[in-house]
Design a binder for this molecule. Structure first.
Ligand code: SF4
Ligand code: SF4
Length: 347
C-alpha cells in the first residue's frame, strides 16, 4: 500500500485508512481480527471516535502490538475543555496508548458549535494543553457543513479536515478542499461509499483515486471488504467512459433523496430534527441494531410534529423533498423495529 503525507501534520499514512464505525457491528474477537488483517494488508491509518460504541476498544486491542507502526486518530463531540479532558482519558485507555496521533473536534455543525469549541473554556483549550503534554500529537476538525468547515479551516488552528467525499458528494473538491490545501491541512475523506448507500466499490475508489489530495477512510466490517478495496489500490485503473456513465446514472437516481447532512434545512420551527431522521438508512447499514434504535428513536419521534409547511425544502440546496422523505424514513424505522435482524453494509 502506497503512503502519503497528511498535510502539515507530517504524518505518513496509507493511501486509504480504516473508518471505525461498521466494525462495531461484529463481535470483539472478529473485529480485532479484521483490524489486524487491515494492518497486514498495509493499512496504517485507523480513524475512530469516542462516540462509536466499542470501536476504540477493538482498535486498541488490535493495534497495541504494532502501536509504533500505525497512525491512530479519534474524535470527541465534547465542546468544552472539561468534557474533552474526560473523553480523552477514556480514549487513551481504550486505545491502549499514551498518545493519540490525531485528535479531532467531531462534527462541528453550526457557528455556535465552532464558537463554543474555540471560545474561553472551550474544547480547543484542552486540545492545546493535551498537545503540549504529548497526549495528542495533532489537532483536526470534522464537519458535514461546508460553510462551517471553511470557517474552521480559516482559523488556521486545525491541521486536518475530515469531510464527506465520494462521487455523489463531490462539491467539497471545488472550494473547501482547495482552501484546506492552501492552509497546508491534511484532508480525510469520510464516507467514501456514501455512508453505505453506494455499492460499487470499484467506482467509488476509482473516483477517489482521481483526487490524490484526499485520504479516504473506508468503513468495513469483514476481511473480504478490505481485501477488495486494497486490491483496487494495488491495481488501480482509470475510470472508463462506461464507468462515468454509471456514476452519472447513480448520481441522478440518488439526487433527490441523498442527504448531505449539511444542516441548512434547520432549524425547523416544529422541532423536527431533519438530518438525523435522514441519516437513518445509512445508520441502519453501519451500526449495530441496538445503537441504530437508540440513535434514531428520539429524532424519529420529532417527525410527528411535522406540519408539512415546506420551509425546510426551500432551504435545502439539494432540492430534497423533505416532508415526504421524513415520512418514508419514519415508516422504514417502524418496519426496522419489527424485524429480528438488521442488514449488512459498509461505509
Ligand atoms: S415541512 Fe415539516 S420538517 Fe420541514 S420545516 Fe415544515 S414542519 Fe419542519
Ligand atoms: S435535507 Fe438538505 S439541507 Fe437538510 S441536511 Fe439534508 S441535504 Fe442538507
Amino acid at each position: 500500500m502506497k503512503k502519503k503525507q497528511l498535510g502539515r501534520t507530517g504524518l505518513i499514512v496509507s493511501e486509504i485508512g480504516l473508518g471505525g464505525i461498521p466494525i462495531t457491528r461484529v463481535e470483539v474477537p472478529e473485529g480485532v481480527d479484521i483490524i489486524r488483517h487491515c494492518f497486514e494488508l498495509g493499512v496504517n491509518f485507523f480513524d475512530t471516535a469516542r462516540f462509536y460504541g466499542d470501536s476504540e476498544l477493538k482498535i486498541g486491542a488490535a493495534l497495541e502490538p504494532v502501536r509504533d507502526k500505525v497512525v491512530v486518530a479519534t474524535k470527541t463531540i465534547a465542546r468544552d475543555a472539561a468534557g474533552v479532558n474526560e473523553q480523552l482519558e477514556d480514549s487513551l485507555r481504550d486505545l491502549k496508548t499514551d498518545h493519540i496521533d490525531l485528535y479531532q473536534a467531531h462534527n462541528i455543525a453550526t457557528k455556535e458549535d465552532l464558537d463554543r469549541v474555540m471560545g474561553p473554556g472551550g474544547a480547543y483549550e484542552a486540545f492545546r494543553l493535551a498537545k503540549e503534554q504529548g497526549r495528542i500529537s495533532h489537532i483536526g476538525v470534522t464537519s458535514h457543513n461546508p460553510d462551517i468547515a471553511l470557517q474552521a479551516c480559516k482559523t488556521g488552528l486545525f491541521e486536518t479536515l475530515q469531510f464527506p467525499f465520494n462521487f455523489v458528494e463531490h462539491d467539497p473538491a471545488d472550494k473547501l478542499f482547495k482552501v484546506a490545501q492552501e492552509m497546508g491541512m491534511g484532508i480525510i475523506g469520510m464516507k467514501p461509499l456514501g455512508g453505505g448507500q453506494l455499492e460499487r466499490a470499484d467506482l467509488c475508489f476509482g473516483f477517489l483515486q482521481g483526487h490524490g489530495q484526499v485520504v479516504p477512510i473506508a468503513g468495513i466490517q469483514s476481511k473480504e471488504e478490505i481485501e477488495e478495496i486494497v486490491s483496487l489500490y494495488r491495481s488501480p485503473r482509470p475510470l472508463s467512459r462506461e464507468d462515468w456513465k454509471e456514476i452519472e446514472k447513480i448520481r441522478q437516481e440518488l439526487g433527490d433523496s441523498f442527504c448531505h447532512r449539511c444542516g441548512y434545512c434547520m432549524p425547523c420551527e416544529q422541532g423536527v430534527i431533519i438530518p438525523r431522521i435522514l441519516l437513518f438508512r445509512s445508520q441502519m447499514k453501519r451500526f449495530p441494531r441496538a445503537m441504530v434504535v437508540s440513535l434514531a428513536e428520539a429524532p424519529m419521534k420529532t417527525r410527528e410534529g411535522c406540519i408539512a409547511c415546506g420551509e425546510c425544502e426551500d432551504k435545502c440546496p439539494y432540492g430534497l423533498k423533505i416532508p415526504e422523505l421524513i415520512k418514508e424514513y419514519r415508516e422504514l424505522f417502524l418496519d426496522f423495529l419489527k424485524q429480528d435482524r438488521s442488514s449488512g453494509g459498509t461505509d
